[in-house]
Structures are given as C-alpha cells and as structure tokens.
Design a protein around this ligand. Structure first.
Ligand code: NCD
Length: 306
C-alpha cells in the first residue's frame, strides 16, 4: 500500500512503494502487450490533465493510462484556460475540486507548484514535471524498463549524460535509483551539473570514458535549449563532439548495456542517430513503460485514498 495520496516526487518514496508500483506496472505492461485495452479498475473516476508547459508523450501517456483504466479525462492547456486571465493556481485547484475530480495531473514550469496544489485540493495530485525539480513517473518508467531488462535494479550502474542542470528527469532518477540500490554516474559540462548532486549520491565523472566504463544503462538527456538563458556551453556542435555519445563511446559500456532517453531527443547532439536507433536502444519500450507505470500509479494512489 502506498504511503501517500499524491505522487509529487521520488525524493521520499520508499523502496517498498517503488517496488509495488513497478510490480503492478509490469503486470499492466504485459497485458497491454497481449492486446488488452480495457482494464476498467477506475471506471467512473475522473482526472483533469492540467499542463502549463509543452508536452507530447507525457500528456498522451497519462491520458492513455487513464483511458485504459476506464476513467474520464479532461485536458486543460494553460493558454486556453482562465489561467490566461490571471487566475491563481490555488483558485484553479479549488475550481477543479468543486467539480469533484479524483485526480489532477499537472505539469508546471515552477518547481514546487504541484506541492502547493496538493495542499489545496482533495483530489490526488500527480506531478508530470515541475520546472527543474522532479518528474517522478518518468523515472519510474525508466526503472521499469531497466528492471525488466536486468531483473533487478540493485547494483545496476547507470550513466546519465546531458543537460542535468535543467533536468527533472535526472533528479527523479537519482532519488529513485539510489533508493533501489543502483549506482548513478553523471557526466556533462560543469556548467550543466548543479551543485550538490554528489551529496545526493551521484558520482560526478570527469570524462566520458569514466562515465561509460562498464555501465549497464546509458541514459541521454536532452540539451534543453529553451531553458538555456545563460549560454552554458559554446555550441551544440562542440557539445556533441565533447559530451555526446556515439557507437564508439557506447562500446565502453557492458556488452549487454541498454540506451535510454526520455525524449524528445536532439538527434546528433546528446546521442548520435546510430545510438538512438541501435539494437540496444530501449527508447520505444520506455514509451510503453510510461503508460503502464502511470496506470499503476493511478490505481495505487486510488487505493491509498480509501
Ligand atoms: C522530459 C521533460 O519534459 O522533463 N521529457 C519527458 O517528459 N518525456 C525531458 C525533456 O523535456 O527533455
């Protein structure tokens, strides 16, 4: 049983809770693969999907997950809602609560916004990415793909390369993977690694070779151009040459290592096209893991509310 009614970040989610989510997600993924599309465990429940930031896969993934579970969903894009008229997040939350929503799934450009919403509303809040803070369901889906490949997360060596500074995915993965007993290495230009990552348990590597040597998982992260107000590196070409991963670099990892990326990818920047499309790439599998993990999170949060 989850010890919470909202899923805001992995910073305080226990090993038992992560295991419970991954176990159920694995079951859902197996059933989806077998062609099942109606698993009406949450029939009659409602979710509002409230996105203040762009998204393709996360939004559709949550929506698909809710639909497979028989739920009714409403999509709100901040640009077309009363937010554009100046309504505060708390007031938006109160309105959604008055409509008796069971879940609010929110993406917001400000770190901490879902925590504020969760304090205000009765509905369960799922964080679909808050600023540069956390993106818990992305890390859970990454962990599902890793666990299904290797059987366990305990002792896995995971290298995260790319824009770590602006990445909520990197932080949620660090929290989740450390809780599950994995080793997390990080490699990027110094300007793209926030201070304190080592204190949170990451091994900061000083070369691509050190980062990739004998790892089980190579995770590329997008260089988030929209968040680069201060130029953190000279050019994308230089980034790709000095920090990107090509097939030669991939050969440093274990022979059965897998490649992950949360998407969207900048082809040829953080990973070359050959690596993205490599037989060891699990980027497409991650997408299906995403639907399954979100179904599991919705079901388990619902159970915890009862
Ligand atoms: C990520 C995000 O939005 O945090 N993408 C995603 O959810 N699949 C990473 C990114 O935008 O680069």
């Amino acid at each position: 049983m989850l010890q919470r009614q909202d899923l805001l970040g992995l910073i305080d989610v226990s090993k038992e809770e992560i295991t419970e989510i991954l176990d159920l997600a694995h079951e859902f993924k197996t059933r989806i693969k077998a062609g099942e599309k109606k698993m009406g465990y949450l029939t009659g429940k409602t979710a509002t999907i409230l996105f203040y930031e762009n998204s393709t896969r996360t939004r559709t993934s949550f929506e698909q997950a809710a639909k497979y579970l028989g739920m009714t969903t409403i999509n709100i894009e901040a640009g077309t809602s009363s937010v554009a008229k100046g309504e505060t997040l708390v007031d938006t939350g109160k309105t959604l609560d008055a409509q008796k929503n069971d879940f609010i799934i929110m993406r917001h450009p400000m770190g901490g916004a879902p925590y504020l919403l969760a304090k205000t509303v009765q509905a369960s809040v799922l964080n679909a990415g808050d600023g540069i803070n956390e993106h818990p369901t992305q890390a859970l889906l990454d962990m599902l793909t890793m666990r299904e490949t290797f059987g366990s997360l305990q002792g896995l060596k995971v290298a995260i390369l790319g824009d770590i500074k602006h990445s909520r995915v990197a932080k949620s993965n660090l929290f989740g993977l450390k809780t599950m007993g994995a080793e997390v290495r990080m490699f990027a230009p110094e300007t793209l690694i926030p201070k304190g990552m080592d204190q949170l348990g990451a091994t900061i590597c000083s070369s691509r070779e050190e980062a990739l040597k004998d790892v089980d998982v190579v995770m590329g992260l997008r260089i988030q151009l929209e968040r680069q107000k201060a130029g953190n590196f000279p050019s994308l070409g230089e980034y790709a040459a000095n920090y990107g991963v090509n097939e030669e670099h991939l050969a440093l990892a274990k022979p059965n290592a897998i490649v992950l990326h949360p998407g969207p990818v900048n082809r040829g920047v953080e990973l070359t096209s050959a690596v993205i499309d490599h037989e060891r790439s699990r980027i497409e599998d991650q997408v299906l893991s995403g639907v399954a993990v979100r179904m599991a999170a919705l079901c388990l949060l619902d159970e915890a509310r009862k």
